[in-house]
Write a protein that binds this ligand. Sequence first.
Ligand code: ZN
Length: 147
Amino acid sequence: MQYSQTLLDDIRAAVDIVDLVSRFVNLRKAGSHWKGLCPFHAEKTPSFTVNPQKGIFHCFGCGVGGDAFGFVMRQDRLSFPEAVRALAKSAGIERTCASFASASSAELTSPLFIRCSSLMNSPSASAVLSLTTPPAATKGPASRCVS
Ligand SMILES: [Zn+2]
């Protein structure tokens, strides 16, 4: 399954990795980074860091690291496509994409639709479109449409 790089970038940009990780890890600010006890190995001294500028995490104790997708995959034991969908959903992008299911032909040529199409055309697109759970994100996806 292929996702467009733009869509993945959109999702990454919409997801606050500190916010995401802090649902599972008690993070404390340490300079420009955030630190906490690694959720992936047992430790008493925090060696798990999150870099919000780069949108990545890294553990100096067990060596795991990655971006928001990698974190969700490890934390929730998801496949990459599942992690993409989970983050798209929490970022509100999925709902934006789903709204294109009833889009007019003018809207179908918009850049956002083209970005969404890689999400929509996936084998799980029908599952995505049938989801009725409102996204948790408070940032309105509408503002993302205009760009
Ligand atoms: Zn670790």
